[in-house]
Design a protein. Structure first.
Lengths: 501, 213
């Protein structure tokens, strides 16, 4: 790994210089924001990733000059200036810088759409004031008592994903980080809102039920940009390993998502035409029942259970399997649980301490093994983390897709649509929590493996893992929302079939 | 998986339930024989890169469809965006061969206004002793519809690679000749990100091709 660094240095410098060019473009022509932002940010991230601590600070300087500008373009200048001490970036500034840079990088990488929509968000919503942002975040976190000072408790993201970062906050520049994360959270939330703006009814549930821009489109665009980028640069295989979008597609997540969207759309049309054909009391009764169903989809429990108990390894598999059997669909979650367990096995190997395993007799062997393990560089851990998150998310969406197909076309089951909705909602929560705790495990790995690394090398990787986990959780929740019309149709069909039976 | 590819083709795999569609695809994409016990639900997705000429890679997105009738309304939706297809029957199951005709009729209806380049695949050719369909009659049927015929076995890895790459090559030739063009709103063929792309989205809607299947 390390011997590669020398050969890559030219690339790094190049990347930095194009970054500047791109930035001019950025301010001149906002249409180019996402095309140009993507490669730059990525190479910037790559540069940070590969840079050794002893590499020249000159490139550092350049990036720190450029990136805040860029980030503030996306986030709104007030956000940055509000939380960042006006005295300059200083030491803590590097935290903020890396956060912001990886913020824009991730925005470009994950949801290609997100960077797409930023533009839209800016034009259609205006750049929000800091207070708007913090309200947004508070709303998202389900916290009412959070204050502008952003103490660590207000950092808790929708699914507790960011809660571990609060520890880091105490040791580093508190406000800078919170500014960064708030902004990221904000971008995510606002983006979803913009996408969902055509359908106010779904705003609360944050579902991407908009007819013009579906989640899979958003993800597909992002993936295509990643592809474009990876093929334009004659990249190393390692570069691709951290592209969430590409990996998500490789695990067929995109295809399953599209398939799910298709089923959802068809069901939605059917539901509408049925509702149109009804009137009077019949319509009212049905509407009431559909309302109940919708309630089951609101994921209200999320906010109540911020506390996460440390769970046994077996628990997740058991819980998911149980929930699945409650659904009464023939599909099995084995692929998902296998992917999840593989990730945990990898983590535990990666975290294995030399002292714990050493036996005098096998000392030699063990030492070799340990060397092998410790060869997992932070880059390796980061790559594996992103890969695992992409795989788990893809598997989850596949399961939702299969569930939809079976609810629509499977054998009739003795389980109501409402019961199924509750189970699915429970499952969504379990899955999101799992992603959250998995990302914590991975960042623990990163922290352990990267003790000797400088913060500006390690931190972007940690941030990226948290962000992708948070995004993953959003995708899963959006996919879950796509199941609503499917269950509505199922409810209606069961209803109409009952009298006959 | 390399990100660099010239084109992406979407292929659909259809045929009666239990003829071995999923096994064939998994042999092709995963390189092993998986005893798939559960019938496919709706559709499944696989992908693989194929090198048709040195340095020229094509990404295949393979849609594995459920053979079961109850999922037909789902699988139908996938014909339209496929450029090629493998129509499977089980050489030890005469019924699945007789249904080939129906499958072709069904696709014809749902693929409009596009067309799919099909190859007829006689699967499970390792079970020659239980054969219920002769190679000759299968070839005759295929010829009548302008398809190629190939016999494969996922278990023994016979002709699996060939079935997919031959089809890919045929489609590639058609694309090169301009008989198949990339179109907006059609996912059958997409160009990769390699500079020497031949397509233009402005090109006229696909010329009426004679039956290529």
């Amino acid at each position: 790994m390390s011997d590669k660094d020398d050969t890559e240095t030219p690339v790094v410098t190049e990347a930095t210089s194009t970054l500047e060019d791109g930035n001019c473009e950025l301010s001149e022509n906002s249409e180019f924001v996402d095309q140009s932002a993507k490669p730059e940010n990525k190479s910037e991230l790559a540069a940070i990733t590969r840079k050794r601590p002893e590499s020249k600070p000159s490139s550092d300087l350049e990036t720190s000059e450029v990136l805040p500008v860029e980030a503030s373009q996306a986030v709104g200048k007030e956000t940055v200036s509000k939380d960042v001490p006006q005295t300059g970036w200083g030491y803590w500034g590097s935290w903020g810088k890396s956060l912001l840079s990886s913020a824009s990088a991730t925005v470009a990488t994950v949801g290609q759409g997100i960077s797409n929509v930023i533009e839209k968000a800016e034009t259609s919503l205006g750049i929000p004031s800091p207070s708007e942002i913090s309200t947004e975040v508070q709303y998202a976190a389900g916290e009412t008592n959070a204050n502008e000072n952003a103490n660590s408790s207000s950092l808790i993201g929708p699914f507790g994903v960011f809660s571990t970062i609060s520890t880091a906050v105490q040791t580093t520049g508190k406000s800078v980080i919170s500014g960064g994360l708030d902004a990221l959270e904000f971008i995510g939330k606002k983006t979803m809102d913009v996408i969902a703006e055509g359908d106010p009814g779904f705003k609360r549930t944050k579902g991407l039920m908009n007819r013009n821009s579906t989640l899979s489109q958003v993800l597909r665009e992002a993936k295509e940009k990643e592809e474009l980028w990876t093929s334009n640069e004659v990249t190393l295989e390692t570069d691709k390993k951290t592209h969430y979008g590409l990996l998500f597609d490789e695990f067929q997540g995109l295809s399953h998502l599209e398939a799910l969207e298709m089923l959802s759309r068809e069901s939605e049309i059917k539901v509408k035409s049925i509702l149109n054909s009804l009137s009077g009391e019949e319509l009212q009764t049905l509407k009431l029942e559909l309302e109940q169903l919708k309630e089951a989809f609101s994921l209200a429990e999320f906010c109540e259970e911020e506390e996460e108990e440390k769970k046994d390894d077996e628990d997740f598999t058991k819980e998911i399997t149980e929930l699945f059997s409650q659904l009464h669909v023939s599909s099995k979650p084995e692929k998902l649980t296998k992917a999840r367990n593989t990730a945990y096995e990898w983590i535990s190997t990666s975290l294995a301490k030399p002292s714990e395993e050493k036996e005098d007799g096998e000392k030699q062997l063990e030492t070799e093994k340990i060397e092998q393990i410790s060869k997992n560089s932070i880059e390796d851990i980061h790559a594996f983390a992103i890969r695992s998150l992409a795989e788990l998310t893809a598997c989850s969406i596949e399961l939702f897709h299969k569930t939809a197909a079976l609810v629509l076309h499977g054998q009739k089951q003795e389980v109501t649509a409402i019961e199924r909705s509750r189970t699915l909602s429970q499952m969504t929560i379990v899955l999101c929590k799992e992603l959250s705790s998995l990302s914590k495990e991975f960042t623990t790995c990163l922290t352990t493996a990267g003790v000797k690394e400088k913060a500006d090398i390690l931190n972007p990787l940690i941030t990226a893992v948290f962000l992708e986990a948070s995004n993953s959780a959003s995708y899963i929740q959006d996919a879950f929302q796509l199941l609503l019309p499917v269950l509505e149709i199922s409810l209606i069909e069961n209803k109409t079939e009952l009298p006959e039976a | 998986m390399e990100a660099i590819w010239l084109y992406q083709f979407r292929l659909i795999v259809i045929g009666d339930s239990t003829v071995g569609k999923s096994c064939l695809i998994r042999r092709f994409t995963e390189g092993r024989f998986a005893q798939v016990s559960d019938p496919t639900v709706g559709v499944d997705f696989f992908s693989r890169l194929v090198e048709i000429e040195p340095g020229k890679r094509i990404k295949l997105q393979i849609w594995d469809t459920a053979g079961q009738e109850r999922f037909r309304s789902i699988t139908r939706a996938y014909y339209r965006n496929s450029v090629g297809g493998l129509l499977l029957f089980d050489i030890t199951n005469r019924r699945s061969f007789q249904n080939v005709h129906e499958w072709l009729e069904e696709t014809k209806v749902h693929v409009q206004p596009y067309q799919i380049v099909f190859v007829l695949v006689g699967h499970k050719c390792d079970l020659d002793t239980q054969r219920q369909v002769t190679r000759h009659e299968a070839e005759k049927l295929a010829a009548a519809y302008g398809m190629k015929y190939i016999e494969t076995s996922a278990r023994d890895a016979i002709n699996v690679e060939k079935a997919f790459t031959d089809l890919t090559r045929d489609i590639y030739e058609l694309v090169k000749r301009g008989d198949i063009t990339i179109q907006e709103g059609w996912e059958g063929v997409k160009s990769g990100f390699v500079p020497n792309v031949v397509h233009s989205s402005e090109e006229v809607v696909k010329s009426e091709r004679r039956c290529l299947c």
